[in-house]
Design a binder for this molecule. Structure first.
Ligand SMILES: CC(C)(COP(=O)(O)OP(=O)(O)OC[C@H]1O[C@@H](n2cnc3c(N)ncnc32)[C@H](O)[C@@H]1OP(=O)(O)O)[C@@H](O)C(=O)NCCC(=O)NCCS
Length: 359
């Protein structure tokens, strides 16, 4: 991929802790990694996340896939944009795999000054391998691979942590802050919320007010020190044109395609916007659809409580049509802010936070 190149330093990553070694997965790690994934899925399910499969065949296939991937990847933790690292505990000359993490290197936005994001995925350490520094070493290893791959371009590690997960304290301990919050609600509850202002799918004529709303969103993210996104930009004709073109292309949307939603006032003027997108849940999750409402932005002169019900109700109807049981609403300010409170008032509950740290 352009801009991401692997460095030879990534081939052997020794942690600061003598007992823990961090390296790329080996083909013989397949079974231990599959067990770690099951552990991760089971604890997440216990905190209310999407259900994982109970079928042993699903985990046997996962083990074979991980073995094959390790064979293809060789000693390099980086493959394209994907990073995979394992932690091994070395005791009396014996080494056993106790943890793993994946990373996905990407860049949001179009501003070249925006930091790269290395999304932290599936960080897990076996119960009997905890508190010896394995997770810290895995994150440090991930940061090192990202730094080398990006030749030192500024980047952040970003992890989504469920509200009920005790790992939140771990992330704080190892230097992360949590600029973005999310809530979740059932789609049938969202669908039945009574709108105060109408909401609809945006059309190209909405491009100018959407560009203003985009500016408000960028400012909110900047104030929260969420470095994953572009900072606020000057409004110009090219930007408005780009939004209009994007909206025109989206006019042929199918049931599971993303949608730009807006809530309008009595004069049909957009006062709030949000983006609805869907993703398929893949094994080891049970099959299903994940619906995510992001980029919620409300005009500074409008109370969120006036426009949120309409946006949520429309998103709930579209998500229900797409087959989603839940609607996640992400990229929000913290609890006890007007936007967050307006979502809680229509039935959403705390769901997760994004934890960030510079690499
Ligand atoms: C969260 C998890 C990865 C931590 O792994 P670990 O290898 O035990 O963590 P480390 O030993 O590297 O801990 C680093 C520091 O965080 C602290 N810490 C670890 N887990 C903690 C917890 N649950 N609460 C508070 N602090 C914690 C450690 O005490 C250590 O502090 P120190 O600097 O004083 O030594 C592990 O508990 C786990 O796998 N949990 C289940 C899966 C999960 O939730 N993954 C995260 C998904 S977002």
């Amino acid at each position: 991929m352009a801009g991401v190149k692997e460095s030879p330093r990534a081939r052997t990553l020794a942690s600061a802790n003598d007992l823990v070694r961090v390296r790329a997965p080996l083909p013989e790690d397949g079974e231990s990694l599959s067990r770690l994934w099951k552990l991760l899925w089971d604890v997440h399910e216990s905190w209310g996340s999407y259900p994982g499969s109970r079928d042993p065949d699903v985990y046997r296939e996962l083990s074979l896939r991980l073995t094959e991937e390790a064979r293809v990847r060789g000693p390099r933790p980086l493959s394209g944009r994907h990073v995979h690292l394992v932690a091994a505990l070395v005791e009396e000359g014996n080494s056993r795999t106790i943890g793993q993490v994946e990373g996905w290197i990407d860049r949001h936005g179009i501003d070249p000054r925006t930091k790269w994001t290395c999304e932290v995925r599936s960080l897990v350490v076996s119960e009997d391998g905890r508190h010896v520094g394995a997770a810290r070493a895995l994150l440090d290893g991930l940061a090192g691979v990202a730094r080398d791959a990006l030749h030192g371009s500024p980047a952040v590690l970003a992890a989504e942590v469920l509200e009920d997960n005790p790992a939140m304290a771990f992330y704080r301990r190892v230097g992360f802050h949590t600029p973005a919050h999310s809530v979740r609600m059932r789609t049938d509850v969202a669908r039945d919320v009574r709108p105060l202002c109408p909401a609809r799918i945006a059309v190209p004529q909405d491009a100018l007010p959407l560009a203003f709303l985009e500016g408000g969103l960028a400012e909110r993210r900047r104030l929260a020190r969420d470095d994953r996104f572009d900072r606020p930009r000057a409004l110009d004709a090219a930007f408005v044109d780009a939004i209009a073109t994007h909206l025109a292309l989206a006019s042929q949307r199918g049931t599971n395609d993303p949608a730009e939603l807006i809530a309008v006032d009595g004069k049909n003027l957009p006062r709030a916007s949000a983006t609805l997108a869907f993703a398929a849940l893949e094994p080891p999750f049970l099959p299903g659809v994940r619906a995510v409402l992001s980029r919620v932005s409300v005009d500074a002169t409008t109370p969120p409580s006036a426009v949120v019900p309409g946006l949520v109700s429309l998103a709930g109807r579209l998500a229900k049509l797409a087959g989603a049981e839940h609607l996640e609403i992400v990229d929000l300010p913290p609890a006890a802010t007007p936007l967050h409170d307006a979502l809680v008032a229509v039935g959403a509950g705390p769901w997760s936070r994004v934890a960030l740290r510079d690499v």
